[in-house]
Design a protein around this ligand. Structure first.
Ligand SMILES: Cc1cc2nc3c(=O)[nH]c(=O)nc-3n(C[C@H](O)[C@H](O)[C@H](O)COP(=O)(O)O)c2cc1C
Length: 342
């Protein structure tokens, strides 16, 4: 199976997503539920465009005896690459796919594991999304990160216990889901979390705790003060509000606000190894990728996801090779030129 065949296969299985050659937010504007960004799709499109307007500075004169090492230490484990699968649920609800929810999440989790990295698992209006993720976290020996919606704390803590029992390396709460229309439409609205709520959740577990769905330096600093292991700078792929800034545009300010006190991950519109490189040069520790991993899972199961992640890793290696980087820490701000005006 080639990656092109994986995409063609995904296209034949999806009725709500066109699986476009470039997954950029145009064809799916406003499709939430669905695969798109909210409203006119601007938040999603912004994130894709911002990354396009960053150049990578070639710098081919250096000693490359060591070669390129894309490995990274996270959650006390060594991952093969600074790239993880984002939590995504809704094979049928969001993609109109006939692949079962279980197989959809299985492809994401097993594919990430096969590529030597980690997939986050989803939560949603239908309880099975989370329960399947827990079952699959067990099956990949804990190398997955169950992500929990911002329900009432009592319910979240119950879900954290399930993640602990499954041996998960970390847990995550996507706090931005307080604005997610999918949950409201299905009669399961959730509220914003207060600092006190998050403090209680972080104290309730010894697992690294990740807060997903923040974009401001203020929120990232608060997450660090509360003892979070990391944050994901994320707008849920542009699905929460129509007018959020490009996620990558917030990395520099957020890093400045916290230094190295916590891990900064980012997602939104990251589509190739060059985009990963740019996010790292801006100051992110690692990235998450959502929709393209979903397409790979629908079209090729775990094999498709592994193939896709290996492809992105090899593109990252290509960029490191020609910019004088042997390790990820050498991907520094001077390696890029940012042509964005905001
Ligand atoms: C169909 C779909 C389902 C999603 N489900 C979840 C979820 O259950 N939990 C969550 O935290 N984020 C969810 N997200 C957001 C992703 O985790 C991620 O933030 C986003 O997809 C990143 O943008 P990208 O798809 O452009 O890479 C979902 C996104 C999509 C498109």
């Amino acid at each position: 199976m080639t990656y092109q065949e994986v995409l063609d296969n995904a296209r034949s299985h999806c009725t709500k997503c066109k699986v476009c050659p470039e997954c950029n937010g145009y064809a799916c504007k406003g499709k939430v539920p669905g695969p798109g960004g909210k409203g006119d799709g601007k938040s999603f499109i912004n994130s894709v465009q911002y990354l396009k307007n960053i150049d990578i500075m070639m710098d081919p004169i250096y000693d490359n005896t060591a070669g390129q090492d894309t490995s990274i230490e996270l959650f006390g484990k060594t991952l093969s690459m600074p790239i993880m699968g984002a939590p995504c649920g809704g094979s049928n609800l969001n993609f109109g796919s006939d692949v079962s929810e279980y197989d959809f999440i299985k492809g994401q989790a097993f594919g990430a594991q096969a590529a030597g990295t980690i997939g986050f698992t989803p939560d949603g209006p239908i309880d099975e999304f989370f329960i399947h993720g827990i079952e699959l976290t067990k099956q990949v020996g804990g190398m997955a990160i169950p992500t929990i919606k911002p329900w009432k704390n009592e319910r979240i803590i119950h879900h954290i216990r399930l993640a602990e029992e499954a041996g998960a390396v970390a847990v995550c709460c996507d706090v931005d889901s307080a604005g997610l229309i999918n949950l409201k439409l299905m009669g399961k609205p959730v509220d914003p979390k207060s600092p006190k709520d998050l403090e209680e959740l972080i104290a309730s577990t010894s697992l690294p705790f990740i807060i997903k769905g923040v974009i401001t330096p203020k929120a990232v600093k608060l997450a660090a003060d509360l003892g979070a292991y990391g944050v994901v700078i994320s707008t849920h792929g542009g699905r929460i509000i129509a007018d959020a800034p490009a996620t990558a545009s917030m990395i520099v300010e957020c890093r400045k606000a916290v230094g190295n006190r916590l891990k900064i991950f980012v997602d939104g519109g990251i589509r190739n190894g060059g985009d990963v490189y740019k996010c790292l040069a801006l100051g992110a520790d690692a990235v998450l990728i959502g929709r393209p991993v979903c397409h790979a899972s629908i079209g090729g199961g775990a094999e498709g996801v592994e193939m896709y992640l290996n492809k992105i890793q090899s593109e990252l290696v290509d960029n490191m090779l020609i910019t004088g980087c042997n390790t990820l820490s050498q991907i520094t701000p001077d390696k890029i030129r940012n042509r964005n005006t905001y």
